[in-house]
Design a protein around this ligand. Sequence first.
Ligand SMILES: CCCCCCCCCCCCCCCC(=O)OC[C@@H](O)COP(=O)(O)O
Length: 268
Amino acid sequence: MPRFRDAPPVPFAYRVVAFFVKPFLWLTTRRDWSGVEHLPESGGFIAAANHMTNIDPLTTAHYLYDSGVAPKILAKSSLFRVPVVGAALRRTGQIPVFRHSRTAGDSLDAARESLAAGECVAIFPEGTLTRDPDLWPMVARTGVARLALTSRAPVVPIAQWGAQRLLGRYSKLLKPFPRKLVHVRAGEPVELADLYGRTDTAALTEATSRVMAAITTMVADLRGETPPAEVYDMRKHGPGKGPGVARMKDARGDVDSAAGAAEPDPER
Ligand SMILES: CCCCCCCCCCCCCCCC(=O)OC[C@@H](O)COP(=O)(O)O
């Protein structure tokens, strides 16, 4: 039941995909959802979430969808070539990102169009699964800041925790039983107005860290734990157990989704 009075209608194809995805999520998760009141009542907005496992885009989309928002999610382009999944992504209008290529910025143009149409654009600002050993959010890329500062669309921080119990980071083994408790929480839009219109590195870095700080504070709340004093930075600490830098620069300009597989992580 959509709570968005002015939201664009949810396209038929989107409803069809949700019709198939939702029963899977109902059967495999228990949901602790909060902060829905922070989602704007109308107009385009950016939902920025932490990213720990390949299943969390679905659990986060579930939260948004059941709140009356059909998100356009920025997703790595290689997913669009996967049979069935690719078709579902295309039909529901998800936005491909050609990472590490010269066309990587095109996704932001598509995102701007969606925002202008009053839609929700969902982004995982870290751009890949977090490499923090304990699954805390890591230093993010600046795409979400560039999109926010140029479009001036509100950025709603979204924290999620628990989806890693359903599918571990880089795991291919789904653990559907018993149902896993998945927390998703939206926070107040991040204050960025003082940086609007700027595209310099200082502004992008500042906006990015405000967004990630808002997400991390909520993640800490959901976990009931204190985040590490130093935020994990892939540029400094390396890609951890994830895809190596060499693979990230492969010829397709994208990362093999199987990279780093079979590296079981703490599933907490
Ligand atoms: C009820 C909900 C209805 C939802 C309807 C359709 C929504 C489909 C959403 C699927 C979106 C997939 C987004 C993936 C985001 C993404 O691309 O993250 C990258 C990670 O993977 C990590 O990849 P890697 O760095 O290669 O390990």
